[in-house]
Structures are given as C-alpha cells and as structure tokens.
Design a protein around this ligand. Structure first.
Ligand code: 8YV
Length: 313
C-alpha cells in the first residue's frame, strides 16, 4: 500500500501521522506552500483524504482530487465533509463513532460541575492568593438539577446516563420522539430550554441544527440557566450568547467548541460564570489512539476490498 497517495487535511494526531506515513505515501496538506499548485501536481495521485473536525473533504477539495476513493475522518462529526458530493461521486466516507463517546460525555458532565461549582474560578482564587484575603462565595448544586439534552444519539444518551447518576431529571429534544425512551421529550428546543436548568448541545451539526441555540432559546433558559456545548460552535449564535452572558440574561456557559476555532470571543474572558475549553471532548490518549486505529483500519479495509469498519457512505 506504500504507493497509495493519502492526503492529511490538517495536523491532528502524531501517532496517526506516523502510522499513515509508514503505510502510505502521506501528503501533509498544511505543509504545501502553494495549495493550488500542490493540487494540480499531486492531486491526481491522491486516493484517500484523512480529515477531522477542523478540515476535511469539502466540495473544492473533492473537485481537485479526481482519483479520490475514500474520506476516512478522524472525528465522529461529519460537518466538514461534503457528504452529498461524496454520495454523488461514489466516494466512501468513514468516521470514528463509539470510541470517543465516554470521553465526550465525561467532559459534558465535567463542564456542568465546573460551571455550577465554579471549579476553575476557585482554582484561580487559590493560585492568586485571594483565599488569604477574602471569603469564598457559595456556588450552585448540580445534583438534582433538570438536564435538557439536544440530540439523544450515542453521546447524548451517554450524557443522560451520567446525569441520572447525579439524580438529575432528564428531558430531550430531537427531530422525532425516541420509542421506549424513559426521558421526557419536548418537540421544540424552546420548550426544552423553558423546562430545564442545564441545556446540553450534543447533536450533529447540519443545516437544521446551525444556530439551534438562538436568542429565544437562551432567554427561555434564563438568568439561572446554564448552556453546555460539546457539539459544534455553529450550533450556537455566538454573538447572541456573548450578549446574553454579559447582560446576565443567561446564568452561565460551559463551552468546548466555538464558531471560528481557535478564535474565542474575548468578551467572554472576564466572565467567571463561563468555562472555556479548546475543543477537547475526545482529547484523551485512549480515545484519540482508538480513533486513529479506526482511521487506519478503515483505510486498510478499503484498499484490501474488505468491508469498512465504520462506514457512513
Ligand atoms: C475531534 C470531534 O476534536 O469527533 C469529533 O467530531 O470533534 C473530535 O473528536 C477532532 O476531530 C480531533 O482532531
């Protein structure tokens, strides 16, 4: 397989990069000083693209790669891939489900605790020496709070199970009600937000879920409500979120993702009721190694004409 051209869309994981370069002819797109020139010279030899949540096979890249057979993404989310174009051209697509579910769900609960119990603020309070000077202010209990989840797929369900262990009543919104589900269903996000204390975004990003958290949803969540986003930045209307937090119309937020990563609105930096993370939901050695192994396994299966491990298209 050493002669098969594989294009990595951006840097993502050193182990994956090493293994890809051992098994294939690996091209690192970010290292090409002149991308149009690289694509016209090398594009015709590329048979696979490895992308992630930051960059993958969009329409322009697919059009520039006439021999492309497979997009093996190092992510469960597919929003950076032009799936319609892949279907139309018979290009296979794989992702990395399941292996990251626990870690993303753990982080969602971590953000709930961090925001409500002000863990990061308290850490800053100790490190700055403020503890020696003043009183620590009281925080908010997490156990028993109503949790609303947008998207009850693998990750949403894993978050629900964890929140249940904290005695939190669970409700959810998804396009359709899940049969035989013990959680309360709301047919609209506004209704869900009006009836929960913590709203967690855990659905895929697509044209229907872009800005699913808008001003009306934030106002329904209210000044005691907390928004947790472990999905994608564009799920949230970010300028409206900043306004809601600065004006005190929303109680707090725990955010692992942003609209224009790695850019984060600086107006959020002084707010103590906000916890900001650099898109690390799946960022454990265990999950990232398993994700890399899935990418490698899918590529090998494809080029050996075997069934794909985690096919999407
Ligand atoms: C990654 C993700 O952060 O799986 C996803 O959809 O967002 C993440 O696991 C990313 O793809 C790692 O490079």
């Amino acid at each position: 397989m050493e002669s098969i051209g594989v294009l990595m869309a951006c840097p993502m994981n050193p182990y994956l990069e090493t293994e890809l370069s051992r098994r294939f002819t690996l091209h690192r797109f970010w290292e090409a000083p002149d991308k149009p020139l690289f694509l016209s010279n090398t594009g015709p030899s590329i048979r696979a693209v490895v992308g992630n949540a930051s960059a993958s096979a969009d329409a322009a890249l697919i059009d520039a790669l006439p021999a492309l057979e497979i997009v093996a993404n190092f992510s469960v989310g597919l929003d950076k891939i032009d799936l319609a174009k892949c279907r139309e051209k018979g290009i296979r697509v794989t992702n990395t489900p399941d292996v990251l579910t626990d870690d993303v769900a753990d982080l969602a609960i971590g953000l709930c605790l961090a925001v409500l119990r002000r863990i990061c603020e308290s850490d800053r309070y100790v490190r700055s020496g403020a503890w020696k000077k003043g009183d620590y202010r009281l925080t908010t209990k997490f156990t028993g709070k109503t949790v609303g989840i947008i998207g009850l797929g693998r990750i949403g369900t894993a978050i629900a199970r964890r929140a249940e262990a904290f005695d939190c009543p669970i409700s959810y919104y998804s396009r359709t009600e899940k049969p035989n589900c013990r959680y309360k269903y709301y047919p609209s996000v506004v209704e869900l937000a009006s009836n929960c204390h913590i709203l967690i975004v855990a659905c895929p990003l697509n044209k229907d879920t872009r800005h699913i958290i808008n001003r009306e949803v934030m106002d329904s969540l209210g000044p005691k409500g907390v928004l947790i986003n472990i999905g994608r930045g564009p799920h949230v209307d970010e300028p409206e979120l900043v306004k809601a937090l600065v004006e005190g119309r929303l109680g707090g937020a725990g955010l692992d993702v942003f609209e224009k990563e790695p850019e984060v609105p600086e107006d959020l930096f002084p707010l103590q009721n906000v916890v900001l993370l650099p898109h690390v939901g799946s960022g454990t050695v265990e999950a990232r190694t398993a994700m890399a192994d899935l990418v490698l396994g899918n590529l090998e299966a494809h080029f050996l004409n075997k069934p794909l491990l985690t096919p999407v298209v």
